[in-house]
Design a protein around this ligand. Structure first.
Ligand SMILES: C[S@@+](CC[C@H](N)C(=O)[O-])C[C@H]1O[C@@H](n2cnc3c(N)ncnc32)[C@H](O)[C@@H]1O
Length: 268
């Protein structure tokens, strides 16, 4: 089953979700790329920023969700959008930058995906990726625990959210032979969320969607209420009304090219 995406729910915490995209963008040293592709562009708010950063570049957003792309075309009118599955997508012309914020963790088999993506770049092009690394966090753990226990369990048997991403060292080993520069880092953002049941609302915009999609309408309120009760002690609402959500993210920036070639062509 493919995950459904609700742009309005996702954008409820648009500022928090966009911040890692901005932090990643700031690290990409490309000065005047001709072609920039955003994989999993979603509602296009990051795509609009890519357009602002490189106004002369052709910016192409790729996403599997028609609902997200409809919003993206409004958010980033100067960009081109294509509905496609990232796992099968290949560009007509090699891009100078492939950028992806909070999307590639939804794809499986990163040991095949990441070498493939860097191989799609123009020589010297940049692969810039951010992915949540939250599998050990209560936000994610509670989803499978609650799914397995309750009147919804039969509907949710075999349903899971995005799989765990690889360890940073594994991305290093995959990409180091295929890159002339490679930088990996992790940041834990402490997102300050507002509103009632903020963590449930946050998760409803992303990781909880596969579970909710699989449930009949009548079982959804009970499931969400049980999930809320499970996560609330881990993320209590503070006296000032804020709910703090520590959120770990892995960043990866790689420049395409072979280290062997670079050594062979470098003078002296
Ligand atoms: C969490 S949203 C991130 C959106 C955007 N990058 C942002 O930072 O706001 C993940 C997006 O990835 C897209 N996506 C997930 N798996 C995909 C796949 N296999 N092919 C294409 N798009 C995919 C979803 O449709 C969704 O719009």
């Amino acid at each position: 089953m493919t995950t459904s995406w609700d742009p309005s729910q996702y954008l409820r915490y648009a500022g928090e979700r966009l911040r890692p995209a901005l932090d990643l963008m700031a690290r990409v040293p490309a000065e005047s790329p001709a072609r920039v592709v955003e994989l999993g562009c979603g509602a296009g708010n990051g795509t609009a920023l890519l357009h602002a950063r490189w106004p002369k570049a052709e910016i192409i957003g790729i996403d599997g969700s028609a609902e997200m792309l409809e919003r993206a075309r409004i958010a980033a009118p100067g960009c081109r959008f294509v509905q496609a599955d990232i796992a099968a997508w290949a560009p007509d012309t090699p891009p100078d930058v492939i950028f992806s914020n909070a999307a590639l963790h939804w794809l499986s088999d990163h040991r095949t995906l990441f070498p493939r993506l860097i191989g799609l770049l123009a020589p010297g092009g940049w692969l810039a990726v951010q992915m949540p690394a939250m599998h050990a966090a209560p936000l994610r753990r509670a989803q499978s625990e609650i799914a397995a226990n309750g009147p919804w369990a039969t509907h949710l048997a075999g349903i899971s959210s995005a799989a765990d991403i690889l360890a940073p060292e594994e991305y290093w080993d995959l990409l180091h032979p295929l890159s002339t520069a490679l930088d990996l880092w992790e940041t834990i953002y402490v997102h300050a969320l507002t509103g009632e049941d903020a963590v449930v609302q946050w998760a409803l915009g992303s990781s909880l969607r596969p579970f909710v999609d699989a449930l009949p309408e009548a079982l959804r309120p009970g499931f969400l209420s049980a999930y809320g009760a499970a996560v609330r002690p881990h993320y209590p609402r503070r006296p000032d009304g804020t709910t703090l959500l520590p959120f770990r993210r892995l960043f990866l920036l790689a420049r395409s090219g072979s280290r062997g070639q670079e050594a062979a062509s470098s003078p002296g």
